[in-house]
Design a protein around this ligand. Structure first.
Ligand SMILES: [Zn+2]
Ligand SMILES: [Zn+2]
Length: 171
């Protein structure tokens, strides 16, 4: 029986992530050592294993039906809780930082600054709007070469989906 005949849904491993979004391990079961840690080895922030809003596990790797596990590189920390839809602490921090940066973009007019703030939310939320948001960020920030503009752009790349990232990084 192939996995395609199997109507069992796949599952997700339980990730351990710090409040700033560094992944200690995508799979707390296969890496109990990392799961026992209390603080992030990269930044010292507290590690969490569940959504602070609803207590649901944080998704790590997707394990397809029939598979016993997956390896490979760490997935990116998810932006939102799959259970309650609330942004995770690291997402809130990044989006807030990006909006603060947008306010400091003196070379961009007020209208475009407001558009950047909407666009960064769209990029983080994913879906087709994320690509629209990414294209808008690229167009507006393309006129600037400042450190503030680059910092904003960097956050957009961090929170963006693969499709959005491709637009941001594309030539
Ligand atoms: Zn960290
Ligand atoms: Zn939640």
């Amino acid at each position: 029986m192939s996995i395609w005949d199997d109507d069992q849904p796949g599952r997700y491993t339980r990730a351990v992530i710090c409040l700033r979004g560094h992944m200690a391990t995508p799979d707390s079961e296969s890496n109990p050592e990392a799961a026992r840690g209390k603080f992030c080895s990269e930044c010292g922030s507290a590690l969490i294993i569940a959504c602070p809003e609803c207590g649901a596990s944080i998704r790590g790797h997707y394990v397809p039906p029939g598979a016993t596990g997956v390896g490979g590189s760490f997935p990116r920390a998810p932006n939102f809780c799959a259970e309650c839809g609330k942004p995770f602490p690291w997402t809130i921090e990044k989006l807030t930082a990006a909006k603060d940066l947008a306010d400091e973009l003196d070379e961009v007019n007020a209208d475009d600054r407001a558009k950047l703030k909407v666009a960064i939310d769209e990029v983080a939320a994913g879906g087709p709007r994320a690509e629209v948001g990414a294209a808008r960020i690229k167009r507006i920030l393309g006129k600037t070469g400042t450190a503030v503009g680059k910092a904003f752009w960097q956050i957009a790349v961090e929170v963006g989906s693969e499709a959005a990232k491709k637009i941001l990084l594309g030539g």
